[in-house]
Design a protein around this ligand. Structure first.
Ligand code: NAD
Ligand code: 4TP
Length: 339
């Protein structure tokens, strides 16, 4: 794997994401529009980036690395590429399952290199879960992919804007499976991982976490569901006895109001579409997705592959900028922490 010339700068891997989506577009534009104080290495097919740059009329210089080359610190308009070949040339906006192994290979190599400390963090532009699954593998998200690769017992998906942090008790599950996945054990692991990473990665000494109920009106004293009484309340009480600052379970419909949000550090939603629509409504295009509980640093964008916008020049690169900057900040903090 390529190394960096500037030892003091963090080395951040950026995977290409779905080649037919906006991943290549936003990598090219973000690395041109903004300066990042880091060495950035994009794991991608250089020909894909070159052809997308031409289509978008972006005069980007691509430096293709080999296993022994030294990657230069980031300069706007210049991109270090660690080459991984597509199976087939990709057309913007046209998904092709033939390239799914390529997408997975970029993730695999980036994760391995982070585990081996060759990279300090990985940032993942969006992949298309459907086209990956069409190849016969089960891919529900990067979160679960890196959890498996890192053999992490429990991870937490958290999306954050400047105004709000929303973590999820369950990740990519069909709605019918959510209730069964929320057990005292799973909730305890999620809340402990969240509490610990809010302390260690965000410097919050005693994080205050707002916890959503699962059912409408947090179950209405058992008249609208029993999960609060049987699982959530007893779990929160046990964790409070261990010193965690937890508020709830609160009805999710009114939890997302200033009265509560202004006095807390993070929201824990019970499932994907309970928490993320609010977060995305408040800050779509400027949020970062962070996987907590991994031994590596991994951030991502707040949006998907936007196949309709690939190759048009209309994709907003704001979330990728935030995701790269967060990865750099966390990598710098981790270096300071370990000194
Ligand atoms: N981090 C990730 O890998 C990630 C995140 C979310 C969704 N996805 C995947 O992406 C695929 C498509 O998902 P979807 O259609 O639900 O969501 P999407 O985010 O791709 O698109 C939703 C809408 O937002 C617009 N949009 C998205 N990103 C934009 C950007 N950067 N600038 C301007 N407009 C943007 C799209 O044009 C579309 O109208 C799915 O397979 C989904 O699982 C991946
Ligand atoms: N849940 C994320 C979102 O809605 O933005 C998205 O699906 C990405 O998840 P991964 O980071 O696990 O791929």
């Amino acid at each position: 794997m390529a190394t960096s010339t500037a030892e003091q700068l963090p080395i951040i891997a950026i995977t290409s994401g779905e080649p037919a989506g906006i991943g290549p577009d936003i990598i090219l534009s973000a690395l041109t529009d903004y300066f990042f104080k880091a060495t950035l290495i994009v794991l991608a097919d250089p020909a894909l980036l070159a052809s997308r740059a031409e289509r978008l009329n972006l005069p980007v210089k691509i430096h293709t690395l080999n296993k022994t080359s030294e990657a230069k610190p980031h300069q706007q308009g210049e991109i270090n590429v660690f080459p991984i070949s597509l199976a087939k040339a990709s057309t913007a906006g046209v998904l092709d399952a033939a390239n799914s192994p390529y997408v997975l290979e970029t993730l695999k190599q980036a994760g391995e290199a982070c585990l081996n400390k060759l990279f300090d963090a990985v940032v993942t532009p969006p992949v298309h879960k459907g086209i990956l699954c069409d190849t016969g593998i089960h891919f529900s998200g990067h979160t679960e992919f890196f959890q498996a690769q890192c053999h992490s017992p429990h991870v937490v998906m958290m999306l954050a804007t400047e105004a709000m942090k929303v973590a999820l008790a369950t990740t990519h599950l069909p709605l019918k499976d959510v209730s069964g996945a929320i057990t005292e054990q799973s909730l305890t692991l999620v809340i402990k991982a969240l509490h610990q990473d809010l302390q260690q990665k965000f410097g919050l000494q005693k994080p205050k976490i707002l916890v959503c109920g699962l059912n409408p009106h947090a179950g209405e004293n058992g008249h609208l569901g029993m999960e609060e009484i049987e699982v959530i309340i007893p779990t929160l009480n046990k964790l409070r006895q261990q010193g965690l600052d937890l508020i709830g379970p609160l009805p999710a419909d009114t939890l997302f109001t200033p009265k509560y949000l202004d006095n807390a550090d993070c929201v824990l939603a019970m499932y994907h579409d309970q928490g993320l629509p609010v977060l995305k409504y408040s800050g779509f295009g400027n949020a970062v997705n962070i996987t907590l509980g991994l031994p590596i640093i991994r951030t991502s964008v707040d949006h998907g592959t936007a196949i309709d916008l690939a190759g048009t020049g209309k994709a907003n690169n704001g979330s990728l900028k935030v995701a790269i900057q967060h990865a750099i900040n966390m990598a710098n903090n981790a270096k300071t922490f370990s000194q």
